[in-house]
Design a protein. Structure first.
Ligand SMILES: [Ca+2]
Ligand SMILES: [Ca+2]
Length: 174
């Protein structure tokens, strides 16, 4: 399952590559995603000893807390709940891994690309502006982008300004 998901993610990145990202950058990005996935996957497997592809919500919270120290516990719990889609009390951790491996691999690039991302030059990032890049390069779903915005939208205006953006990335990946 792990390698299939990795391949799928890589294909997604390749398919959506446009003139904005050079082939060297793309290769580096893909390599970073793969490396991050391998690390997260091995942690996941410690909790999924029967190889079911799922972990208990409390274990997912532990893994995420270890990996993303700055992320508030409440955000992690909310996120894990969102991933328990059929409410059977088990979390498809493979999906979380895919999501975070890509975010983590992109973190530096995103951090230095605020102006680029702010396509309408409004000075803040609307969810749609974050959605475009994260959808294209990480194959994120709507709710994942909205959940990120919700977690780090300090002044609750529904947008991510420069300081919130910095706070987001240093908390997730600092
Ligand atoms: Ca904007
Ligand atoms: Ca805001």
């Amino acid at each position: 399952m792990a390698s299939e998901q990795a391949e799928r993610l890589v294909k997604t990145v390749e398919r959506h590559a446009d003139g904005r990202i050079s082939s060297v950058e793309l290769v580096q990005l893909v390599a970073r995603i793969k490396e991050t996935k391998v690390n997260l996957q091995s942690k996941f497997e410690q909790y999924d000893q029967d190889n079911t592809g799922f972990v208990k919500p409390e274990d997912a919270v532990i893994i995420m807390s270890q990996e993303f120290h700055g992320l508030p516990q409440s955000s992690i719990q909310a996120m894990v709940q969102r991933y328990d889609r059929d409410h059977n009390g088990m979390v498809d951790f493979g999906e979380i891994i895919e999501f975070y491996a890509c975010l983590k691999a992109k973190s530096h690039e995103l951090e230095v690309r605020f102006n680029d991302l702010d396509r309408d030059a409004s000075g803040v990032l609307e969810p749609e502006e974050l959605f475009q890049i994260l959808q294209a390069e990480c194959a994120l779903k709507d709710f994942q982008v909205h959940s990120l915005v919700e977690d780090f939208d300090v002044n609750k205006d529904g947008k991510i300004d420069r300081s919130e953006f910095l706070y987001m990335w240093t908390n997730l990946f600092g």
